[in-house]
Write a protein that binds this ligand. Structure first.
Ligand code: A3P
Length: 345
């Protein structure tokens, strides 16, 4: 009898003990998950109503793996619905400049848990055929994201294409516009190098940079050469300013993004009203590549493709001097309009 009572008591204690441990575990888990969903930093947004929302950043980071799967197309409608994923129009666009470091900027911003990049250049606003397909076509080209995240796309041709400012304005007059610039002569040579490489790949010959950049008849800078025209940043910016106030633009120093990316990215975080989340941990210098590469976590890191960071051909120093002299007054105007002085020669 006594033995039976003891066994009953032991069983009861066991049940009570399990219940207590279970409750304790539940509480710990609940507090943990609540903490994860707790907004870390409220965002004071200039993005309208939704931007006033707070970004549960740690939760977003936690779900990034999932997003990655969705981006690869490994997703069903059910999963999209279940995870509240949406395809959102961009709330910021890197509009240029070609060879300014647009890819590096997009990839580096994508390190931020509240940012989702459109991987491909969409060319919606600069390509009439694409534009005619309508805004829903454009939205469907965007990656899946959580509603609190912001989508960013980059198409460097936007900066120099006549029709683009008005078209973007019609989509969203308060959109944020990012322009990454490099010292104009270096950018023009980089532009030339890209075209040259394309020609060489097709076994075609091409002119020397000097021949294209300098008009042989006048010996002056050839302003008809596209690589030169693109580097007259102020001319293009002035067209954009007919539609958007200067406060809606942020100028990124592309030369500094190469040598010292973090402070440039922190300025962009500020401009986008994002809490600072990109850190030195996310960026490491790769001596073989000669550039900073990206570290997402202990497992996943990557450098940009080999087509970024090409070796430029040698250019006659007198041509470089001539080009720098030519760009100088345009640069001064650009500093004056943007309020960002870049100390180019
Ligand atoms: P170069 O190939 O002339 O060196 P874009 O993406 O707009 O085409 O710009 C390409 C430029 O991005 C490259 O020009 C390179 O200098 C610059 N760049 C900036 N940061 C880089 C990085 N971390 N890795 C590779 N290239 C980078």
């Amino acid at each position: 009898m006594l033995f039976k009572q003891q066994a009953w008591l032991r069983q009861k204690l066991l049940v009570l003990g399990s219940l207590a441990i279970g409750s304790l575990l539940y509480l710990v888990a609940r507090v943990g998950s609540l903490d994860r969903l707790q907004p870390i930093c409220p965002i004071e947004g200039r993005f309208g109503a939704r931007s006033q929302a707070e970004f549960p950043l740690r939760a977003l980071q936690f779900k990034r793996g999932l997003l990655h799967e969705f981006r690869k197309g490994n997703t069903s409608k059910e999963q999209v619905r279940l995870h509240d994923l949406v395809q959102q129009l961009p709330r910021a666009i890197i509009i240029g400049v070609r060879k300014g470091g647009t890819r590096a900027l997009l990839e580096m911003l994508n390190l931020h848990p509240a940012v989702v990049k459109a991987s491909q250049e969409i060319h919606f606003f600069d390509n009439d055929e694409n534009y005619a397909k309508g805004i829903e076509w454009y939205r469907k080209k965007m990656p899946f994201s959580y509603p609190q995240q912001i989508t960013i796309e980059k198409s460097p041709a936007y900066f120099i294409t006549e029709e683009v400012p008005e078209r973007i304005y019609k989509m969203n007059s308060s959109i944020k516009l990012l322009i990454i610039v490099r010292e104009p002569t270096t950018r023009a040579i980089s532009d030339y190098t890209q075209v040259l490489e394309g020609k060489e790949r097709k076994n075609k010959t091409y002119y020397k940079f000097e021949k294209l950049a300098i008009d042989p008849n006048t010996c002056e800078v050839n302003t008809k050469y596209k690589a030169v025209r693109t580097s007259i940043y102020t001319k293009h910016l002035e067209r954009w300013l007919k539609y958007f106030p200067i406060e809606q633009f942020h100028i990124v120093d592309g030369d500094r993004l190469i040598t010292e990316p973090l402070p440039e990215l922190q300025l962009v975080e500020k401009f986008l009203n994002l809490p600072p989340r990109i850190s030195q941990y996310n960026l490491y210098f790769n001596a073989t590549r000669g550039f900073y590469c990206l570290r997402f976590n202990i497992i996943f890191n990557k450098c940009l493709a080999g087509s970024k960071g090409r070796i430029h051909p040698e250019v006659d120093p007198s041509v470089i001097t001539k080009l720098r002299k030519f760009f100088h007054p345009f640069n001064q105007k650009f500093y004056q309009i943007t309020g960002r002085t870049l100390n180019w020669p």
